[in-house]
Design a binder for this molecule. Sequence first.
Ligand SMILES: [Zn+2]
Length: 524
Amino acid sequence: MKRTAWCALGAAALAAAPLPAQPEWTTTDRVLQAIWEEGTRRSQLEPLAQALLDSLGPRLTATPGMFAAQAWAVRKYAEWGIPARNERYGTWRGWDRGYTHVDLLTPRVRTLEAMMLAWSPGTAAPVEAGVVVLPDVADAAAFRAWLPNARGRFVMISFPPPTCRPDENWQKWAVPADWERFRQERAEAAQAWTRRVARTGLTARDLPVVLEEAGAAGILTNLWSQGWGVEKIFNARTRMVPTVELSCEDYGLVYRLAANGDDPTLRMDARARFTGEATPVSNTLAEVRGTRKPDEYIMLSAHFDSWDGASGATDNGTGTVVMMEAMRILRAVYPRPNRTILAGHWSGEEQGLNGSRAFAEDHPEVVRGLHALFNQDNGTGRIRNISMQGFTRAAPVFRRWLAAMPPTVSDSVNIQDPGLPSGGGSDNASFVCHGAPAFGLGSLSWDYGTYTWHTNRDTYDKISFDDVRRNALMVAMLVYLADQEPELLPRDRLTEFPANQQTGQPGSWPACPPPARTAAESTR
Ligand SMILES: [Zn+2]
């Protein structure tokens, strides 16, 4: 009883803690003041993130996790009095991840750290089999002659990292000359492995498919993310047998056992279910109609889908809760905007910006009437970089908006003026290619690329809530200030671009590729 009361108190105190007071910030703007109050004193970021990341979990496109999260978002918006809907744009391969258990049985027993890749087939029942390493063959004919050796075995197809310590740890502790030599040897070994794969005559994409057709029991991979305990979890290529990522440490262990004649055997119990090749997929949209200019749009944007190695906390749970919280704040303190405020929580981003590209194609009226779109998709850090995306008259307007905000929110934001239009990377590109002003809000790294981006460690605990709180305040204030502009943001844009580095051809404004609306249309 006591314990419960203490916990509840602790949580309440944490949630209510405002950002540091800003004595140097004064504003006569009552709405900005109210946004600050609502976002600091009544922040909902922790409960939103906890429900989304812990209770619902990862949100791989066309999986039950994504559908449950989309239903939750619509309910949340309804609670706040904001109309929201899921709008279908295509279909995708439906899949439901179960558990992955892999044990080393011989020469000794150890439970391995392992995870099936996304869209991998599972096993019908636990499979026990030996292990074989991709052979070092002379050419494609020799590989074909070797292929019967794959039958009934797990095949290791990835380069085994010789160390699972991050480079900075070596730099800190090793004799510098030793580290230099080690680095060189590792680079040479990795190149040799690339040549080993190439000599099979197959691409890295096709190799697992040929191995499963030859009767392999499963494919073992490693894509170490170069930090302590981090693995990238992308999608499988196999359609009949599991493709399983072993952690850097355990992949190295099994590889060394196999390479040194210890004849390791594994037991794999990996469950997954395909739920339909043409499962309908949707974007989630929340909308507050404008009172005076309903055909002009201010958009909040963050992809909702994730990879599923962990919870998708920083990619893109943080962008998601920032946009939801900004919508909640605005609804509470600025319920009757001049222009229509539209939040786009996209699906299919990780497979090629498919949801947002489809939305832009399906809604020319929104693209035409778009005043400004604010997208966030690079983690938990506070926003410090905003490119003007090649719009040549946008920077003075942005500088004015940022100057109106509390310094703790907008301090040291670097405006790249005019910057270059994004051809991809995240969902603002889906609008920029149509010539519409759509901006990415660039965050401080917090080691995003190594530790959380598409990894097995992208979880709730990696969130810096103080930074995310600033970002939600910034987005709410940007939307409000944009709505106060009498005119639409000018669309004047760059006409000359740096030459393409590969082709030497003169650059140009990026074109809009057609979205993949079905899994079959995907080029990935
Ligand atoms: Zn992302």
